[in-house]
Structures are given as C-alpha cells and as structure tokens.
Design a binder for this molecule. Structure first.
Ligand SMILES: [Zn+2]
Length: 411
C-alpha cells in the first residue's frame, strides 16, 4: 500500500504537465487558410459529416449534402445530430459536447449562433492561446508539405511560426504514386527522373534534407496502405529504402510511418470515405532489423495489429509505438491499447496524439483520452505498490511528464 493517494498523484501529474502533441494537422494563425477553428469547421469535420450522412433528412442525398456550403452543412449536422431525435453519443459527437462545455456554451442550443458569436469575438491569436491554455497543451507538431499549393509558397517566402507549433516533414505527396509528383519536384529545382534511378533517389534525398533543415522538422512522416511490403519492388518501398531511411539515418531524425489506411473505399463521402486494413507486421521486423540506427515512430490503424506492435517493440529498441490513431481513438480501444503497451513496453512509448485538424478539437481529444488513460495508469501504479515497490508521487510526475511530453525520442 502507498502512503499517498495514487489516483490523486496521477491526476495532479496530468494537471501539472502541459501536453506535447506529437501528431496533428494544426497550423498557427500566421498560416492563413490552413488555420482552422470555430464551430463551422468543427461541425463539418469529416468524422461528423460521415456520421450525419447516415442520418440525413428525407429527400437529401449524400451527394447534395456534401456539396452544400460549409455553414449550411454545419447547420444541418447540428440539426440532425444534436437537436434532432437522438442523443449525440458517438465519440465525435460527444467531443462537440465537451468542447462546448469547456467554452461555457450551451450544448443544447437550438442553433449555432451563440458558438459562432463566441468564436467571432476573438482574434485567431487569442483563440489559439485560449484553446492551448484550456486544453493543457504546451505544443503541437504540425504536418508540413512543401508540395502543397497553399503551404509551399509560405515556406518559400519565409514565414513566422508561433514557437508552440513544431514542423514535421510530410512525405506522401512527394513519394507516393511515382512518377506523379516528379513534375512538381522538378519545378522546385530537384532533377528527378520519371524512372527510379540513382539520380532520382539522390535528388529526393536532397529534397528531404533541404526541407528538414528549412522547416527544422522534428521527424519525417508518411501514411501507408496496409499492403505496404518490405522488401518489395513497389515504388514506395524503393523510396523508403533508398530515400527515407538513409536520410533519417544521416540527419538523425525519426522516420514516422502511419500504416493501415485504405483510401476512398466510398468516394461519395470524400474525406470521410477512407477505411482501414490490417498490416503484416513481419514487414516492420524486417525494416527495423535492416535499419537498426534509424528510430521508427509507428502507429497502426487496425486494432488487430496493436498487440503484435507491442511485441515487435520488445524485439527492436528502434521501434517506438505512438498514439491511438483515428478509428482507434475511441475510449474502449484506448483503454485496451494503453494497458497492453504498459504491460509489454513499460513507459517506453508515446500513449496518445490528437490528430486534431480543427484547433477546437484539442479541447475534447485530450480530455477524453486522459479520462480513459489515467485510470489505466492508476491501476498499474497500484499493482506496482502491491508488489512492494515504494512508489512516490515524484515517480508518477516524472513518468507522465516524459510520456506525454513527446517521449524520450522527441522531448
Ligand atoms: Zn494525421
């Protein structure tokens, strides 16, 4: 038995340490249209659009709904999912209720006017400060793509970035579906060829190196389908082995792989139309074995992959599991994954990231996650005490500060 309340110590630790959120799609206000916040963006996020498309009013087709202007869509989502004849009980819907409560707004309002007025009353900078403070978040990692038509020119021209936003070089648009990206890369001065030649690989490595340095990127990230195989003659595998892993090794930054997305199983749902598949984890064993000096941040989308990812983490110190991604970001699944990671990996993983795309989402994602994760930690610390370990509140503070501060790899 401990001579202090473990539950209280765990809750204090979460309260005393601001979160470092290692994967988001958030951007500072200085990045203009990439900065997304407020009720209309929040309500029309693809999670809720996909849920509303199951509950549309009679006579409104999915396609018609998807092509409505944002404010009309937000109004319809509010009406169908929150004001209508069912309780907003899904995780995404519950999230909106949490956000509104944290902002002191009435979640049973008949329309969005109060929320819209509240959002409009603050500048983007004020809104950002308010959300970070309210959510207990110290800093967030962005998803940065130099080939993006909006974002690329901002970096080219030089941009002031709020120091709470850290850069991450996103690789998908430059490496997937080769040679589709070749023209864009050549336009930026990288002399890649349409074939996967040594010259192409060398120029792509130069692109990655230049942009990691220009952005001060903390890691390089890519999202991959469940049929990603290593080794393989597929162009994306060739890119990973000849471009990404050697560059990560040379620059001494992690290579993050988010694996398991199947794109557009239902194109009608647009952004909401992606699904998932299980990956063969033997691929990760081969990657980790071939590249022992590269640190891999790994998150897998299929629940069925989670236990074996922990086991692979035990075999390879360069494999770093992180977060409960996308369809896993639900309380019942977070509870299970966090427990099995603590049991198999101790404290050597990053328990969660928000994946937030709309600033306000930080207000519910972390509250909900910590609400589920804290009891798992309490349970494990109680077992540790019961086994005879003289645990102190300082031990708990240290563990939580490290694991939710980006982990050992990124702090
Ligand atoms: Zn993401």
């Amino acid at each position: 038995m401990s001579d202090f309340s473990i539950a209280e110590a765990v809750h204090n630790a979460f309260e005393n340490h601001a979160i470092v959120d290692i994967h988001t799609h958030l951007y500072p206000a200085s990045m203009g249209e990439l900065y997304l916040a407020g009720p209309d963006e929040l309500l029309t996020y693809h999670y809720l659009k996909a849920e509303c498309s199951r509950m549309l009013p009679e006579g409104v087709a999915v396609d018609t709904f998807n092509n409505m202007p944002t404010t009309e869509q937000a109004d319809m989502i509010w009406q169908q999912l929150f004001v209508g004849n069912s309780s907003p009980i899904s995780e995404a819907q519950l999230g909106i209720v949490t956000v509104m409560n944290r902002l002191g707004l009435n979640p049973r309002a008949k329309n969005l006017s109060e929320f819209r007025a509240f959002h409009k009353s603050k500048t983007p900078e004020e809104y950002t400060d308010m959300v970070f403070e309210n959510a207990g978040v110290a800093s967030v990692y962005m998803t940065n793509d130099p080939l993006d038509a909006t974002e690329g020119p901002m970096w080219q021209q030089g941009i002031d970035i709020d120091s709470r936003f850290k850069a991450v070089l996103r690789l998908d648009s430059a490496l997937m579906n080769w040679p589709a990206p070749a023209d864009k890369l050549r336009a930026m001065g990288y002399n890649v060829e349409d074939c996967l030649s040594d010259k192409t690989f060398a120029e792509l490595r130069r692109y990655l190196t230049d942009w990691v340095q220009k952005m001060d990127a903390r890691y390089m990230a890519i999202s991959l389908p469940p049929d990603f195989a290593y080794p393989s003659e597929d162009s994306i595998t060739q890119m990973m082995g000849n471009v990404v892993y050697p560059t990560a090794h040379e620059l001494q930054i992690p290579s993050a792989m988010m694996i398991g997305v199947t794109r557009q199983v239902n194109p009608l749902l647009k952004d909401g139309g992606d699904s998932l598949g299980k990956w063969d984890i033997a691929n990760l064993e081969r990657i980790a074995r071939d590249w022992p000096d590269v640190n891999f941040l790994i998150t897998l989308l299929s629940r069925e992959n989670q236990h074996e990812l922990c086991v692979t983490g035990r075999k390879f110190p360069n494999v770093h599991p992180f977060g409960c991604w996308w369809f896993l970001n639900n309380p019942s699944i977070i509870r299970e994954i966090t427990a099995e990671r603590l049991e198999l990996l101790g404290t050597s993983f990053v328990p969660q990231h928000s994946d937030a795309r709309i600033l306000d989402q930080l207000l519910y994602k972390w509250t909900h996650s910590i609400g589920v994760i804290a009891p798992v930690f309490i349970d494990k610390y109680e077992s540790l005490c019961a086994a005879g370990w003289p645990l102190t509140p300082a031990d708990i503070q240290r563990d939580i500060a490290t694991m939710f501060g980006g982990g050992k790899l990124l702090d």
